[in-house]
Design a protein around this ligand. Structure first.
Ligand SMILES: Cc1cc2nc3c(=O)[nH]c(=O)nc-3n(C[C@H](O)[C@H](O)[C@H](O)COP(=O)(O)OP(=O)(O)OC[C@H]3O[C@@H](n4cnc5c(N)ncnc54)[C@H](O)[C@@H]3O)c2cc1C
Length: 312
């Protein structure tokens, strides 16, 4: 397709909108495939290993376990081979793949090599960078000193989508994981390869790209919803036809490549200036030390922000 089509959308299903990370496009898209008896390959959280892993979802219950952004690099394990075996065993069905740009490109290449690219529909996710899975696993284990970890939610919308907070439950009690989110958003834990990511561009080889539609209060203020809105980029004719079939399940607006702009649609994230110090401190002092030192906003900065706010 010559030009990328751009939409702001969210699911009309409020229950899904509340539990997903942006506008619920992953669920809206995957519903179509699951209703046809197709398979979905997507990332799930493994609470035993404390890592994210790709696995096939063959029904909505399995798919729902994949809802929400998990801020760590996911493991492919044997899932690609399993997806190929599933396609061979189910010649009348297709498969939806969702994952980050690098994972989608790899999966697409693997399916091309195996003559299956016509039977897969690929959706990639806009990415700020994938953080080290080791750092998350160690942090999760340090939290588990207080009891069993459950209900991981990196984007809990109880305070709204734009002010979402990270939470888990430890022995049933909700606690914040804001330290982990801060070291990620401050770019200390992002993997080295992400700083030269070739997939941070508007045009991509996938059928669709999904992400958050930020800054809508400027471009379409009457469409803002505090529970979140997805950005959808359509790259292929197949993607356009598919989008037409799900429009009725969505609230949507047409947009353009200027209004939806965000950094990672143009260039990779840059490493933080103190990334080397972070890793050196981690090696010397361990996970709890770096979370306490890099994951908390210093008091002087909080005071500075308050004063700035009062002077506005
Ligand atoms: C590491 C990471 C960085 C992101 N950075 C940005 C960004 O900079 N800008 C932006 O607009 N959006 C970013 N997103 C995407 C955004 O947060 C939402 O995940 C996305 O818009 C889908 O939301 P949804 O409401 O449609 O569905 P949800 O139900 O929230 O979707 C979950 C989908 O994300 C997949 N997923 C979750 N975690 C991972 C993972 N670790 N690896 C691979 N797939 C995963 C699931 O398999 C599922 O397909 C990022 C997501 C991740 C995981």
């Amino acid at each position: 397709m010559e030009n990328t089509l751009v939409y702001a959308c969210r699911t009309k299903d409020r229950e899904v909108l509340e539990r997903c990370s942006s506008g619920g496009m992953f669920t809206a898209i995957s519903d179509v495939f699951l209703d046809r008896g197709d398979a979905v390959l997507c990332a799930h959280y493994n609470y035993e290993e404390h890592r994210t892993e790709f696995a096939l979802a063959l029904n909505k219950e399995q798919r729902d376990a994949s809802s929400g952004s998990m801020y760590m690099q996911a493991y492919a394990l044997d899932s690609w081979k399993e997806a190929l075996a599933w396609l061979k065993a189910n010649p009348d069905h297709n498969l939806l793949f969702t994952g980050l740009g690098c994972q989608a490109a790899g999966f697409l290449q693997y399916m091309k090599m195996n003559g299956m690219s016509d039977r897969i529909f690929t959706v990639d996710i806009i990415c700020h960078g994938a953080p080290s899975p080791m750092i998350w696993a160690q942090y999760a284990r340090s939290l588990e000193k207080g009891g069993k970890l459950s209900d991981l939610n990196f984007r809990n919308k109880k305070t709204g989508w734009s002010k979402s907070v990270g939470t888990v439950r430890i022995s049933g009690e909700e606690i914040s994981i804001s330290k982990y989110r801060k070291v990620y958003s401050d770019r200390h834990t992002i993997r080295q390869s992400c700083f030269s990511c070739p997939y941070t561009r508007m045009d991509r080889e996938t059928d669709l790209t999904i992400g958050d539609f930020w800054h809508m209060e400027k471009s379409m203020p009457d469409f803002v919803d505090e529970m979140g809105t997805s950005l959808v980029l359509i790259h292929t004719e197949r993607g356009r036809e598919f989008f037409d079939t799900i429009k009725e399940k969505l609230e949507w607006r047409e947009s353009n490549t200027t209004d939806c702009w965000q950094l990672n649609l143009q260039e990779p994230t840059k490493p933080s200036e103190s990334r080397d110090k972070f890793w050196s401190d981690y090696r010397k002092h361990g996970i709890e030390y770096v979370m306490d030192h890099y994951g908390v906003v210093p008091v002087w900065r909080k005071v500075g922000r308050k004063i700035k706010g009062l002077l506005k």
